[in-house]
Ligand binder design. Structure first.
Ligand code: URA
Length: 200
């Protein structure tokens, strides 16, 4: 069993906050273990709580469409949430719940080691862009320690607010170029190796 599968099993048994009493299923996350890109949402909704999988309800259908538009297959990315259990009536996550779940998310990221992190909505954005406003920074990349952080509106926000739909679609279309940038860096690094070898 891979370390990530083992971690997700541990997450599934978590009872670190009160949400453990109300959930049907824990939603640890899913996708490619070595994904270059990780999408982080907010919290499971009703469908996710039933199925134990992230983004399988209406917001997930829209996310699937967005991924296709960017030439990405769901199986090649990793998708998870800031908190792994559904809050009652889909209320906003509490700071204490986010804190209780934080180490799970950190461990997931340590194992997947993505080159790009896409935050979907305010809660995952706050982890990497504290005190920032999503209306100001969505679609603008931050490069830090070799990782690209890319904040987007949550797909559900675009479903509720028609004017955001195009914004979300356009932001998603910026991702292929950013991934190409990462590939370019990797190629450059590979190219350097033979030169280094001839030096010694
Ligand atoms: N919204 C999220 O933030 N995450 C999900 O998994 C589903 C809906």
């Amino acid at each position: 069993m891979s370390a990530l599968t083992e971690l997700c099993q541990r997450i599934s048994g978590c009872s670190a906050c009160g949400l453990a009493r109300q959930r049907k299923r824990v939603v640890p996350g899913e996708g490619a273990e070595n994904a270059k890109i990780v999408f982080i949402g907010e919290a499971p909704g009703q469908q996710e709580d039933i199925q134990g999988r992230p983004f399988v309800g209406p917001a997930g259908q829209f996310l699937d469409e967005l991924l296709v538009s960017a030439g990405l297959r769901r199986s090649e990315v990793y998708i998870c949430n800031v908190i792994k259990c559904r809050p009652p009536q889909n209320r906003d996550p509490l700071p204490s719940e986010i804190q209780a779940c934080e180490s799970w998310l950190n461990l997931q990221l340590e194992l997947v080691k993505p080159r790009m992190v896409v935050t979907l909505g305010r809660y995952s954005m706050a982890k990497y862009f504290p005190q920032q406003s999503i209306s100001k920074i969505h679609g603008r990349v931050k490069r830090q320690d070799g990782i690209l952080y890319f904040p987007m509106y949550h797909p559900a926000a675009a479903l509720h607010q028609q004017s955001l739909r195009q914004v979300v679609e356009q932001d998603m279309l910026k991702i292929p170029r950013l991934l190409a940038e990462i590939d370019g860096v990797e190629e450059e690094q590979q190219e350097i190796k033979p030169q280094q070898l001839t030096l010694f």
